[in-house]
Design a protein around this ligand. Structure first.
Ligand SMILES: C=C(O[C@@H]1C=C(C(=O)O)C=C[C@H]1O)C(=O)O
Length: 370
């Protein structure tokens, strides 16, 4: 798939804004004092550059705190004037965009519940036309990369080149340790498809609790993310929204101090040489792996021909169960994770079934293009 976006690097977004982009601030603006005091404490304890606050809050069910509204933008403007912090808010429709820009908000973001709806994203995109403001697009709630890319394209086509993504995780199954499952493979795939798109992580929404914010943040930086947005409140336990996942500015400072930001590349010749050698080993092993997989599929096709001649079903549940149990056990002996071996054999078996189905349905004795 080809995705062509016109993008400007994060360092060029706003004078003085540096990567990594760290955004802190409350889930919601609640009162003038809360916004100002949070900004002051963030300024005093950290060197982050951007203050966030939700002004309009899309809640799952009506009746919860739905945001303070436009007055909160005035508090943010005040906080910016006093502390010098840049400001960021979520926008979900044209009116939000107009008001945020009227009150000189520096960075806008599109929330996960908006990204899922192309009509809403288009409305936001149309309102952004002619403005030169950085916009971050959160992933949609469901793990649908195309929907995320589509939203980025719509905003980019409106002329916004200071564009980035926010990885906030995807609806998690109940019982998960996360509020939203990180499903890291999705932002990783987004990076592969659009390598120059800045992506920041939102550990607060992934974690849903304070304890996981630090490990998720570290993982984000190790996945080459360009920053983090961490919800910060002067009195987290009494926050009007998402109380469990907010931390004090002091706790935020501690986390930021401990995070290790690693380089993407090295100029060290010895490091590069050793890496090259090891990667050559991987290349060789992958070739062998693919050849062995192809052989396995050929044997499965022979089995299919044999079954076809004797009118036997493709799926053999007992044999599948035996393979799964046996391979997971063998994998464990080889220190391979149970879930990994399980998922791998599920894929192998699915493909084997697909290839055997092609044999069964063809007039010939061998699948040509299974
Ligand atoms: C290859 C067979 O057919 C199917 C595919 C299997 C496999 O790829 O290992 C195992 C069991 C069957 O569901 C078989 O019956 O052995």
């Amino acid at each position: 798939m080809k995705v062509n976006l016109t993008l400007s690097p994060l360092e060029n977004w706003i004078e003085g804004l540096n990567a990594p982009l760290i955004i802190g601030g409350p889930c919601s603006a609640e009162s003038e004092e809360q916004v100002l005091e949070t900004a002051r404490q963030i300024k005093a304890n950290t060197n982050i550059q951007v203050l966030r606050a939700g002004i309009w809050k899309p809640r799952t069910r009506p009746g919860a705190f739905e945001g303070i509204g436009v007055v909160g933008l005035k508090w943010l403007e005040k906080a910016k004037a006093e502390t010098g912090l840049l400001t960021a808010v979520e926008v979900a429709n044209a009116e939000h965009v107009e008001l945020a820009l009227k009150f000189n908000v520096d960075i806008l973001w599109v929330g996960a519940r908006t990204t899922v709806n192309p009509f809403s994203v288009q409305e936001v995109a149309d309102a952004l036309k002619g403005h030169d403001v950085p916009v971050l697009v959160k992933n949609p709630i469901n793990p649908d990369l195309q929907l995320w890319i589509g939203a980025l394209e719509r905003i980019n086509q409106a002329g916004i080149t200071k564009l980035g993504g926010i990885h906030r995780g995807f609806s998690a199954k109940s019982g998960s340790q996360y509020r939203n499952d990180p499903t890291w493979e999705i932002p990783i795939e987004l990076k592969r498809i659009i390598p120059n798109l800045p992506i920041i992580c939102d550990p607060s929404h992934i974690a849903g609790n304070r304890a996981l914010i630090e490990p998720v943040s570290q993982k984000a930086f190790d996945m080459q993310m360009d920053g983090v947005m961490i919800e910060t409140h002067i009195d987290p336990d009494n926050a009007l929204s998402d109380a469990k996942q907010q931390i004090t500015p002091k706790t935020l400072a501690g986390i930021l101090d401990r995070l290790i930001i690693r380089e993407a590349n090295s100029e060290d010749v010895d490091f590069e040489l050793r890496l090259k050698n090891l990667r050559e080993k991987i290349d060789k092993i992958d070739n062998e792996l693919l050849e062995v997989l192809a052989q396995r599929m050929q044997v499965a096709e022979e089995i299919a021909m044999h079954k076809k001649e004797h009118n036997i079903t493709i799926l053999q549940v007992g044999r599948y169960e035996e393979i799964m149990e046996n391979r997971v056990k063998k994998g464990k002996d080889l220190l391979l994770q149970e879930q990994f071996v399980h998922d791998l054999y599920e894929m192998i078996h699915n493909n084997s079934i697909k290839r055997q189905t092609a044999i069964m349905n063809s007039g010939e004795t061998k699948a040509e293009n299974a």
